[in-house]
Design a binder for this molecule. Structure first.
Ligand code: FAD
Length: 491
């Protein structure tokens, strides 16, 4: 029979569940990716023409196309490769499936509510034409309702989830799908679809600075980052909290777009964890956090527009003109708190932000500026290359204390203490805020504490080349305690 493999957040040939099943059960398999106008038009309408993600996807597709050709050639199939369409995926997939005369479409699960709605529509249209949609788990190790409490409920707290996750894990869950074995069933791309992957301008987008960033694309880029990380994974535990240090893996965008297999990397980390390597155990926990937030989204989809814990929806955040101005200052890195501003410069200039800094700026937005966490969530969604609804929503709900956190709700990060602790020599701050570079380490975290001699030596005039703090942390802290009192009294 004939099949169509529909790539979405799994842009690789290696260990790809749906691709494996398609190749194995069909006699002929075409492969397709759709630049979905149902998603991209919204970006364009909002003027976001320079989007690093669109470029990341495009570059990764060029490589995916090449890999499919190679796989085909290895099995004497000429002109295998990727069909790339630009249009509404919900319409384009059923149309293409019918034109190619396939009996089944294969895809990997995507549990974001909008993707589920799209897939339900595609499923219906395909069924109408007598075509099946087969969908597989690929993006996570455990999904949906695979890891549950003893009572059969989905977990809302991480640590017990992680314990259950580790207990449920068997070699089967980490086993790679041997895609190459069945690649002889790849089909040649029909002549009318043989065009190269569309350029950014033809999609309506502009190029970004992606090529200048240390962010290699495609499966080869992911592999390169992973190999580099494995060599220093034993230092992860100590290094991961310091944004000026090369501590984490920088794999998040690759995990988001599936240019690397979660099973491949989790199995390496798991073996090292079994050998007692602390860095690997901690990193494996981060991969479990990823699964955790995906199952939160799948089981508690209300988190998309409401607090995980409903009582937190009673909190009144600021939303007047002053609040909007403060939000603009946060977005543009003009808060007067150097670590916050350097972090915002990092996301604005690179599309990445270090995990520690995501926590710091999120806490600052919610608990120092008193703004709704959804404002920050949306800004991250527009600017992170690794933006993932499940992880981003989880991170923001965590920061606003409305989500899956076992900690008391009144934890409030102090942006200066965080800076002194995690960027002690101000190395990260100096990189992103060169106007502060001349300040001594002792005051770089709080320039308003610098004396006149220090300011003059650094060439810094507060209010001119760097802002005064837009909020007093001590005052803001008290205000936040009051604001949150509608939920419960601090205990
Ligand atoms: P590493 O430290 O090398 O971690 C390895 C992988 O584990 C990451 O690539 C990621 O896939 C996963 N991971 C790590 N931490 C988390 C976490 N807390 N939750 C879920 N998965 C995790 N991560 C995203 O992938 N996309 C997002 O949109 C996103 N938004 C966030 C928003 C906030 C407010 C916060 C606090 C965190 C957010 N995170 C998000 C989680 C985390 O900050 C990033 O995954 C991490 O910084 C990516 O860098 P890395 O790949 O070098 O991480």
């Amino acid at each position: 029979d004939k099949g169509l493999m529909w790539f979405r957040r799994d842009l690789r040939t290696d260990d790809n569940a749906a691709l494996y099943h398609a190749l194995k059960v069909c006699r002929q398999v075409w492969c397709v990716f759709v630049f979905d106008t149902d998603i991209l038009d919204d970006l364009l309408e909002r003027g976001l023409r320079a989007d690093r993600r669109v470029e990341f996807i495009r570059e990764s597709l060029v490589e995916l196309d090449e890999r499919l050709r190679e796989l085909g050639r290895g099995h004497r199939v000429e002109r295998a490769g990727l069909i790339v369409l630009h249009g509404s995926a919900a319409q384009a997939i059923p149309e293409l499936a019918q034109r190619l005369g396939v009996q089944a479409v294969f895809a990997n699960h995507d549990d974001e509510p909008a993707a589920l709605a799209r897939d339900a529509r595609v499923f219906g249209d395909l069924a109408h034409a007598g075509i099946l949609l087969h969908s597989h788990k690929d993006h996570v190790i455990f999904e949906r309702r695979e890891v549950l409490t003893q009572a059969g409920h989905a977990f809302g707290v991480f640590t017990p989830y992680k314990n259950a996750w580790l207990k449920a894990l068997t070699p089967f869950h980490l086993k790679a799908y041997p895609v190459e074995r069945y690649a002889a069933t790849l089909a040649a791309v029909p002549a009318e679809h043989a065009a190269p992957v569309p350029s950014l301008p033809s999609l309506g987008f502009e190029s970004t600075n992606l090529a200048q960033l240390a962010m290699p694309t495609g499966a080869s880029g992911a592999q390169q980052l992973f190999e580099d990380f494995v060599d220093r994974i034993d230092r992860y535990e100590d290094a991961r909290n310091f944004p000026a240090v090369k501590g984490p893996s920088y794999l998040s965008a690759h995990l988001r777009f599936g240019t690397i297999s979660i099973r491949r990397i989790a199995s390496v980390a798991y073996q090292m964890h079994l050998q007692g390597m602390q860095g690997a155990s901690t990193w494996l926990s981060e991969l479990v956090w990823r699964d955790f937030y995906h199952q939160v989204l799948a089981n508690f989809p209300h988190v998309v527009d409401k607090a995980f814990k409903p009582e937190y929806d009673a909190i009144r955040f600021e939303h007047n003109k002053h609040a909007r101005e403060q939000f603009a200052a946060w977005c543009e890195g003009r808060t007067g708190y150097p670590l916050v501003d350097a972090a915002m410069a990092q996301i604005n200039q690179t599309g990445y932000m270090h995990n520690r800094l995501r926590m710091v700026v999120a806490s600052f937005l919610v608990k120092d500026l008193g703004l709704h966490w959804q404002w920050g969530e949306r800004y991250f969604a527009d600017h992170l290359i690794d933006f993932d609804l499940a992880a981003n929503n989880g991170g923001w709900q965590w920061a606003s204390s409305s989500g899956c956190d076992a900690q008391p709700w009144f934890r409030i990060f102090n942006p200066v203490t965080q800076s002194e602790k995690f960027d002690p020599a101000g190395k990260f701050i100096r990189k992103y805020l060169p106007q502060l570079a001349g300040l001594p380490d002792a005051v770089i975290h709080a320039p308003w504490k610098a004396n006149e001699i220090e300011l003059a030596a650094a060439g810094l005039v507060l209010g001119e080349n760097y802002p005064h703090p837009i909020v007093d942390h001590a005052v803001a802290r008290e205000r936040t305690l009051l604001r949150y009192a509608v939920v419960k009294q601090p205990g």
